[in-house]
Design a protein around this ligand. Structure first.
Ligand code: FES
Length: 115
């Protein structure tokens, strides 16, 4: 999978579990937030390898949540089982809506930092 990244800048100081990331990505294929993080060497836990079962890759959508695709039934079940809060999503299951004109999204990593 090729991820064409226009910019991914860290908008605020990278506090352990308080990281805010501003993402502006162009891609011709659906791509998850976790794939964008990995392509840009953003450190985030992903214990289950992106299968949506561990909850360690959770993020909070801080800005432009309307540019994020709605969760799939699979992610909805995982969100309920893992007890995520209302604006939290699993970055391994969450895709940006690339059909929108604007693609700038700000997310906060809320999972525990990697030791
Ligand atoms: S990496 Fe495990 S739920 Fe996303």
């Amino acid at each position: 999978m090729t991820v064409s990244t226009k910019t991914l800048t860290i908008a605020e100081t990278f506090f352990q579990a308080e990281a805010h990331l501003e993402i502006d990505v162009k891609s011709s294929i659906p791509v998850t937030l976790l794939a964008i993080f990995n392509a840009n060497k953003v450190s985030i836990n992903q214990s289950c390898g992106g299968n949506g079962t561990c909850g360690t890759c959770r993020v909070e959508i801080v800005h432009n949540s309307d540019l994020i695709k709605a969760p799939s039934e699979y992610e909805i079940e995982a969100i309920q089982e893992l007890g995520l809060k209302s604006l939290e999503r699993l970055s391994c299951q969450t895709e940006i809506n690339f059909t929108a004109k604007e693609t700038n999204v700000v997310v906060k990593i809320v999972s525990e930092p990697i030791d």
